[in-house]
Write a protein that binds this ligand. Sequence first.
Ligand SMILES: *[C@@H]1O[C@H](CO)[C@@H](O)[C@H](O)[C@H]1NC(C)=O
Ligand SMILES: *[C@@H]1O[C@H](CO)[C@@H](O)[C@H](O)[C@H]1NC(C)=O
Ligand SMILES: *[C@@H]1O[C@H](CO)[C@@H](O)[C@H](O)[C@H]1NC(C)=O
Length: 490
Amino acid sequence: MMMMMMMIALLALLFTSHTYALATKFRGKPFAVTSRPVALHTGEVFNKFGHPQYLPRHVIKDAAKKPIAVTGYKADVVEFEDATGKKIKQSAPLYDCYLHHYGAIVGRMEDLLPFYHQMNGRLGATMPMSHIHAEFEQFVSNTKKGKHSTKKKRVASIGGGSGAEERGTPHVYPPGFAQMADDIDAIMPLMHLINTKGTETVTPAGNSPLLECPCTSSRQFNYANQTIDGKLPNIPFGQCNAQMQVDANPSCAFDTYIQGYRCCEDGVFVIPGDEHGDLLNSEVSHYGMKFTFFYEHAKSNTRALRAPVGCCDVTGDLENFGNIEHDITPACDDTNGDTCVRKFVTRQYLDIPPKSGIGGFGYGNATLTPSDKRAIDAGKKWVDLVYAVGHQHVGGDAAHGIRLIRDATDEVLCTSLPKYGSGTAAGDERGYVTGIKPCIFAEPIRMRSDEVVRIESFYNTTYEHFGVMSLWILQVADVEETVEEVITAA
Ligand SMILES: *[C@@H]1O[C@H](CO)[C@@H](O)[C@H](O)[C@H]1NC(C)=O
Ligand SMILES: *[C@@H]1O[C@H](CO)[C@@H](O)[C@H](O)[C@H]1NC(C)=O
Ligand SMILES: *[C@@H]1O[C@H](CO)[C@@H](O)[C@H](O)[C@H]1NC(C)=O
């Protein structure tokens, strides 16, 4: 009897770990693409799309035959030259080149190239984060308008609010789920890189303070017009939740803004002096990104994952997608046993379309139309959540994890805990978040699109930090059939 029970317990244990192991192993064939090198002076920022590039020939051939099912990917920051100027292509340490965030669209060159020219040519409009996917879709449908309609070609779209910490994070979709792409031949990366190589100052935790994007004296703030260097910031202000407004979190408003993403747009320097052009004489380094994708041919029952949903940013609320960044104000008295870890919290809908049609954190407001509401109530427009990963900022050792919770029941769906580096090797940099744990749901979590989720983000408040983030990247598949339980329950 005893033996039997032990066997069952052991089997249960094996089964659970087996499910997880299965889900975290990459499936299918890999292919890698390295971006073109980006030349950056010391302290200079690159924050836009990299030029579209063709995929390896064998992938293009495969994709021409049958839809491609992208089952996961890896992302890396690379340098193209060593100290002697010799050409290399290897992982760069984050203390030399900080990866603020990234994304990529794998699609067709004929669509990516014009999109690239439009985006990178548009004044003050390098694309930030989550809504690159939606913006691209809209661009393609606009340019194809009027032309004889061909079947819409699907693209694989990754990242958005993902950053340096995702180098050590497995992006693996569970078996049966993939991002579907039709007839793809090219990739366009979005990269936000800061060259901090050779800059001496480090914070007490060991990381460069430049990755929090100081607004140097070169930045021209125009308070009447709310512009920086004559342009409206890429991410509009004034979208913070009520608590952050009460706390007067400086990043929430133009008038109180101190530093962060809005001073980190393409071509600026995060060290003083660029108004005189002096910094253009400084040393140049070449950085970029390497993406490794895994794919198989789509099977008839493979379920398509959408680009990440617009939710979840702790600075937002039920009406606003959010401000993307917030600050950490010192609020710590460690003399009486205070752990100094503070919780930032908000509630948002899991998957409600944006008012503007271009969605995602940092961009506009969520709307639930009466017809959406009726559809959801009738068991339509439900989604299966299969992958969740948090995005928190390095902030020395300040990031302490982020939780995704079903608000109605308090069930914790996922806890994403950052991993810190301890040395100097690329991928293990002391003072930097080098990985963050995702949740991969082999058994998908079925949810209403209008389900309210709670986002709890934890930061150590010993030191002040600017422009940190508390986001979730959530990947869902639409539920095709009507969810019966709801109808019978209603
Ligand atoms: C502010 O905007 C107005 C209207 O566009 C313009 O006339 C004015 O020159 C701007 N002010 C500054 C200081 O740029
Ligand atoms: C918060 O940060 C301070 C300074 O880095 C550190 O000494 C302290 O241990 C941290 N608290 C926790 C709970 O990690
Ligand atoms: C979003 O809604 C808030 C009020 O809830 C409003 O102040 C803000 O201007 C709206 N933003 C956009 C981009 O529509």
